[in-house]
Design a protein around this ligand. Structure first.
Ligand SMILES: [Fe+2]
Length: 171
């Protein structure tokens, strides 16, 4: 087998995020449905629309590489999504569901930020200016979404009254 190079590494990362974005696209409606507040519901819905465009940008990058758009199974994102589903099951009827959902959403965003940061750096090293532009647009949207989710989490507070302090003491 030929020795793998930087191009191979870039392509593998691209396939990985392509798979991840498609999984995220499928999961976001479930998260929106589970959200109690309209703001969080709208944030997830808006990010789903953004995700559709992000998938198209990744397809553009595949075109630049003259490769077929194709994902590769990413167990990391599967695990993060699985954990999100558990959160929805465990906290579905709890007053802290929205805080829990912002946490699940932020785990996804941080994963994506890590991947896009690497992809941007690799594309830069490979001198692929157009790819850098496309991938950086996705990166900036993930950073913005992460910030929005963190602001929403702060606005939700603890989701309960005096019980939170006593629970914390007991823990
Ligand atoms: Fe994304």
């Amino acid at each position: 087998m030929a020795e793998k190079n930087m191009n191979d590494l870039f392509l593998h990362n691209l396939k990985d995020i392509y798979y991840a974005e498609k999984q995220i696209y499928k999961t976001l409606p479930k998260m929106a449905k589970a959200a109690a507040s309209t703001e969080l519901q709208e944030a997830f819905e808006a990010h789903r629309e953004e995700t559709a465009v992000q998938i198209e940008r990744i397809e553009e990058v595949f075109k630049i590489l003259d490769k077929r758009a194709q994902g590769v199974v990413c167990e990391a994102i599967q695990g993060i999504i699985e954990e999100g589903k558990e959160t929805m099951d465990d906290f579905g009827s709890s007053p802290v569901i929205d805080t829990a959902l912002t946490g699940a959403g932020r785990a996804v965003e941080h994963y994506e930020i890590a991947r896009y940061s690497v992809l941007c750096a690799l594309a830069k090293q490979l001198g692929m200016k157009d790819a850098v532009k496309l991938l950086d647009q996705n990166l900036q949207e993930e950073i913005k979404t992460d910030k929005l989710l963190s602001q929403l989490a702060e606005s939700f507070g603890t989701g309960s009254t005096s019980t939170s302090t006593s629970t914390r003491k007991a823990a």
